[in-house]
Write a protein that binds this ligand. Structure first.
Ligand SMILES: Cc1cc2nc3c(=O)[nH]c(=O)nc-3n(C[C@H](O)[C@H](O)[C@H](O)COP(=O)(O)OP(=O)(O)OC[C@H]3O[C@@H](n4cnc5c(N)ncnc54)[C@H](O)[C@@H]3O)c2cc1C
Length: 470
């Protein structure tokens, strides 16, 4: 266990050491985008993971543990993805296995409010949230323990490197210059599918009509509607004795430290959600789902920024109310984007397979979270799904070589994705993608031709091959 001071020291040194040795400035080279500064020389890895979020971190760790040299790239200054940059630090769904389980164990051990009873499976009613600081501390520690990973932060990937129609890496904007970060296999774990779009993959965006894939529920006509964006925030008691002014807030979607969804908990316990029950636990730290906006074109940064401004404006009263009551508010730096591009793959997963508990031969992960679509009105029973499998084919983009997808962008309908988009399945998908990518890199084969029996053995060895239970 490391203390805070040595953590910060080691983290900073770790990042510097992993990022710097590969850097050689190619003085005088001209950038294709007419950047005035020099460009960095190409660097080569076995596996390049773009996006250090819920799926990208397990992907990088899994590939590194297979012995692959891995570049883990993110546009953010720190890794973490949605739990850190959007404050989506509430984890629901399951199963909680593999590297995700290791992360939970780290969180339970390091949390500000330790709760060793946090559930391994999604179905035991224990959905908790962790402060993004705890989250960052745990994932940084996990990444530091992997010498095969070069962490490259503050480096948006803006294009792919293509060689004979095969993706052989990405172009990043690094310190104001361009750099080709090359890999035998690239994993798009961006949550927004930008890398796949740049690679020429077929992109799915918005809600399919239910007739498109013969799904049991859905909208009648296909549209560009995606799930809403939400501005998350955290409130902390800073004035002794202050009580959360719940009855005076306009938005009361709130979770208290690690005890889950307060309103639901209170109702389950027969308490009044406003006056009793959860308030008596009185932890003084709360996660808030602030205002959200529907149907934003989440591919467009200007539309996303406008949505964030709108949400922040709507939140002004609640922030003032909290502040007057003695609570400080921390806004998530990015507005939460639930849905963006999905990448059409060799298999398009639909709600039909989810409802049937399908376990395909080439399954690489499982999920048991409900169909959680915001645009389709469904009963609780209709939303419920059993444990179902995610086929490897959904990670392989149609007609494109050298690329795998991971996380919420894999190939499925909008309705199906509303289930596996939560963090435990995204992490398992990422871990499997990392294993597959390293196998393709070592065998010098296409991601389509990895030895499936060996792959399955690795999935089992890594605790990912769960086929029953919650
Ligand atoms: C408001 C909201 C509420 C949610 N509620 C829950 C919940 O309660 N429980 C739950 O389990 N899940 C929840 N989710 C879903 C879950 O958080 C996400 O679906 C999940 O994090 C997706 O994982 P990912 O790896 O695909 O993407 P992310 O976790 O978003 O990671 C993507 C990473 O890629 C980086 N990136 C993007 N583009 C580039 C680029 N061009 N170059 C370099 N880096 C790039 C991003 O900075 C980010 O770090 C919620 C999501 C939102 C937005």
């Amino acid at each position: 266990m490391i203390n805070r001071r040595s953590f910060i020291k080691t983290t900073a040194a770790g990042i510097a050491l992993t990022a710097l040795p590969n850097v050689v400035l190619g003085a005088g080279k001209k950038s294709p985008l007419r950047f005035k500064s020099s460009v960095y020389e190409d660097v080569n890895y076995d596996v390049v993971v773009v996006g250090a979020g819920a799926s990208g971190i397990p992907a990088a760790i899994a590939a590194a543990r297979q012995g692959a040299k891995v570049a883990l790239i993110d546009e953010d200054p720190v890794p973490g993805g949605a739990p850190v940059d959007m404050y989506v630090s509430y984890m629901c769904g399951g199963p909680r296995i593999g590297i995700f389980k290791e992360m939970l164990q780290g969180l339970n051990a390091n949390a500000m409010f330790p709760d060793p009873t946090f559930g391994e499976d999604g179905g035991n009613g224990k959905s908790h949230w962790w402060h993004p600081t705890n989250f960052l501390q745990v994932i940084m520690q996990m990444l530091m323990e992997e010498p095969n990973i070069s962490l490259i932060m503050n480096a948006p990937a803006i294009d792919v490197v293509l060689s004979n129609n095969k993706v052989t890496g990405v172009v990043v904007l690094r310190n104001g210059s361009l750099q080709n970060i090359k890999g035998k296999v690239t994993i798009d774990a961006t949550g927004i599918g930008l890398i796949s779009e740049k690679a020429g993959c077929e992109i799915m965006f918005g809600a399919e009509a239910k007739s498109d894939y013969n799904e049991p529920y859905g909208v009648e006509t296909a549209s560009s509607r995606v799930q809403p964006c939400t501005q998350m925030f955290i409130s902390h008691r800073v004035k002794a004795g202050a009580v959360l002014p719940i009855g005076h807030l306009e938005r009361i979607s709130i979770a208290e430290d690690q005890y889950g969804w307060l309103k639901e908990n209170a109702e389950n316990q027969g308490d009044d959600p406003v006056s009793g029950g959860w308030q008596q636990r009185d932890s003084g730290i709360y996660l808030h789902w602030g205002y959200g906006q529907h149907y934003i074109d989440t591919r467009d940064p200007q539309a996303v920024a406008a949505s964030q401004l709108w949400c922040l404006d709507k939140l002004k009263n609640d922030i003032r109310t909290l502040s007057e009551a003695g609570f400080a508010v921390e806004l998530a730096p990015k507005i939460g984007i639930r849905e963006c591009r999905r990448v059409k793959g060799e298999y398009v997963l639909t709600a039909n397979e989810l409802k049937a508990g399908w376990m395909p031969e080439d399954r690489i992960a499982t999920s048991n979270y409900m169909l959680d679509s915001w645009s389709v009105s469904m009963t609780k029973e209709e939303k419920t799904v059993p444990l179902y499998g995610i086929p490897y084919r959904s990670l392989i983009p149609l007609g494109v070589e050298g690329l795998l997808t991971a996380g919420r962008i894999i190939s499925g309908t909008s309705l199906a994705a509303s289930s596996y988009r939560v963090q435990p399945p995204c992490a398992a998908i990422g871990q499997a993608a990392g294993i597959a990518a390293s196998m393709a890199a070592f065998n010098q084969t296409s991601v389509r031709n990895i030895p499936m029996e060996d792959f399955k053995c690795e999935l089992i060895r890594n605790g990912l091959y769960k086929t029953s239970g919650k």
